[in-house]
Design a protein around this ligand. Sequence first.
Ligand code: SF4
Length: 907
Amino acid sequence: MKSEVKSTCCYCGVGCGVIVEAESGRITGVRGDPDHPANRGRLCTKGATLHLTARPECRLLQPEVRSRRAMPGTVVTWDEALDTAADRFAGIIRAHGPDAVAFYISGQLLTEDYYVFNKLAKGLIGTNNVDTNSRLCMSSAVAGYKQTLGADAPPCSYADIAEAGIIFIAGANPAVAHPIVFRYIEDARAANPELKVIVADPRRSETAAIADLHLAIRPGSDIALFNGMLNVLINENLIDDQYIASHTEGFAALRDIVRNYPPAIAADLCGIATADLLRAARWFAGSGPALSLYCQGLNQSVHGTRNNVALIHLHLATGQIGKPGAGPFSLTGQPNAMGGREVGGMANLLSAHRDLASPADRAEMASFWGVPFVPVQPGKAAVDLFKALKSGEIKAVWIACTNPAQSMPDVGAVREALGAADYVVLQEAFADTDTADYADLLLPATGWGEKEGTVTNSERCISRVRAAVPPSGAARHDWDIAVDFARRLGRKLNHAAADRLFPYAAPAEIFAEHCASTRGRDLDITGLSHAVLERDGPQQWPYPEGATGGRVRLYEDGVFPTAGGRARFVPVEHQPTAEVPDAELPISLISGRMRDHWHGMSRTGTVPRLFNLEDEPLLAMHPCDMLHRGLADGDIASIRNGRGEIRVRVAERTGLAKGRAWLPMHWGSQFMNSAGANGLTSAAADPYSFQPELKHATVQVERLDLPYPLAVLRRCADTGEALALLADARRLLGEFPYATIGLYGRQSPLVVGRAATAEPLSAELIAALDARFGMADEEGAIVYADASRRVSKKAVARGGRLMAIRLAGEALAQVWLKQAMAEDELDAGLIRFALAPSARPPVSVTPRNIVCKCADVSDVQIADALARGDDLGGLQERLKCGTFCGSCVPDIRRLVAAHTDKQPAAA
Ligand code: SF4
């Protein structure tokens, strides 16, 4: 039976509404929810392919106990699993105290899950050791808002994008990381040609490409930029003296500091032209409502909090806050980092924006929960949590819905910590994350499409997440696992109130308790419930009892949630990055995101078409840096520093200044022969937010001489077959000094393995690869061998289609082969061409550019359809191009216009 359910996308903090289609217990489709205020029916590529990620092959389906880590474990019942976990936790707590255990959870959990974990740690066990991967993402934004505005409350809404006169994007790349927000920026530009867009980013990102002014600042020079702009605003009388006098405090002290940042000096610190800094400041103050959008580029820094603070100063000094189109708008990374912040689910936070350091707030929360106390000692934030695990101070960790063995900085040290821990529980939906190797106990959790609860997006909007299908296998909901464990642990610790503390039978009951905990707070949502959200749809907070709607914009009255009601200027000075390039480590490595992948790829890495933009991690470098190192486009390079080494191919990019390189953060050990970017990143952290400097590290880059390349590709019948082959290819290529494994294509997906080695490949390894990639059977195989050059190639065709190919010793054709195979462009007569030593495809293989990346439609397909008589509507109807996120519609229009111009005029 077919059904449709409204829910929310589980990727980024834009929080788009989706309609999930299901049939016979399987998710079959997804489309944007036209009624959801965050996206009004639009979805980006990730959201539009969510249904393709709901596959059983990659799921953890049964509880499993391991006697040896990284080895297959024993399937157990839930009773056995949770009793074992409760025994181990209770034993450690009795012997070493409550701070000897910790919970490391996730901004992808729902608010209800978060609430239960937080209460379990702080209320039942009596430790504040509950931290989350949101620490890596948004904690500097939290601290920045609190230091200046008094509360962790983003004051803006997406509606402000349309009202802005200038949009200042700093340390964010919404074109790929928040695509639907980027669509709103494009819409605003189309509606208002006067709108100015400034982007401050060390790299010419996809967002910077559309900016009126790109400030390619040095990594870590954000405070110098903002202080320099404020210097200009003050000296040119562009500040709002009345707003400063009426609604803020601390301006005089900051003004004294900012005197030291005249435009020339500030611009020099940033490595930009003085004229550009002056222009940025004047535009900020003189273009109408000023809206700032910012994210990890500010947050993931040793001075992330102060980066946020310095940007917020610009708004306070000009009165650009609390009015339409204006304000400092922090874009949330994860889908429910906001919900986690609201329930206080971090080591230094307390529920409903209460202050952990305040005795009154702790007493209030203890009374609300009905426990004797909430511990005073702040818990360990993420970096310190894993350090304590390594030193033995923390002995057991419960990890839920996150993958620290890939996502933490200096991940080699984190893996050592997990290896050293007495006991590791992993509660996960996916079976094969890098962290799974370190677990003693694996607990299968429900995933997107199976869960019920709520999430809060960047604009404080709370949406329902709804189940479209039943749980997979024996998976249970995250909140339910935590509640069951809490009750069992309470009994083992003789905590008589455990059952009373965790009485919930459904997530609506947990949400009701969370709402009650917010009464009288700045985020008061006592007027909300699951029933209200069912009836009225998503709502922004605050939404107190008796309200009829949420609040679009905060601080419209100029009153802030500080003791005196005034926003605060904080003295901030430029500071260097944790690591400064030197002769030994001369390259500034910047990590970042790609549009089609999400975090560690446990979900997006199961969808072949999401690899079509780039199917391997490429290090982007400036041509001069490459030349200096004897590197050509596509060469393999070693990137290293004192923490580790990774090996990837390099790609020439002119959008980077000399001395800077850029690497995507998505690839980990599941898709390459190293831990990925975080093998190199630094664990140095901000002193206020404890957020580490994941964005930047210094490295050396050197050409790696691996003269024996290997490329192996196989066409699979379906994604299930491809995923199984991917897992085996990972093992077969595991010992190569360089290897990447990925998917590609659409209908009949490809598995693509690339590797290189210093020695010729052994006959045994080639035989093993051929066997697993379906090339062992000589019948129908085409073989080429040149023993003198150690070159050995083999291709297998079936029915005139190239099914698999292995190129060993020389692999130039890999450059074009995957597209030709995916598009079925090599007929039987041309298959031999694939074995030739040529980087150029045969003439029958048409080079093409993908125009619509969501629907994977190329310029060649569009040209063919236009030749058949289609217009824009026909293209959208037949090819579906331009019907998802809409960003390619201008390009399609240009192709249609060019085709029309070429047609002979009507008689
Ligand atoms: Fe999901 Fe894309 Fe919307 Fe983010 S922008 S919530 S990834 S559909």
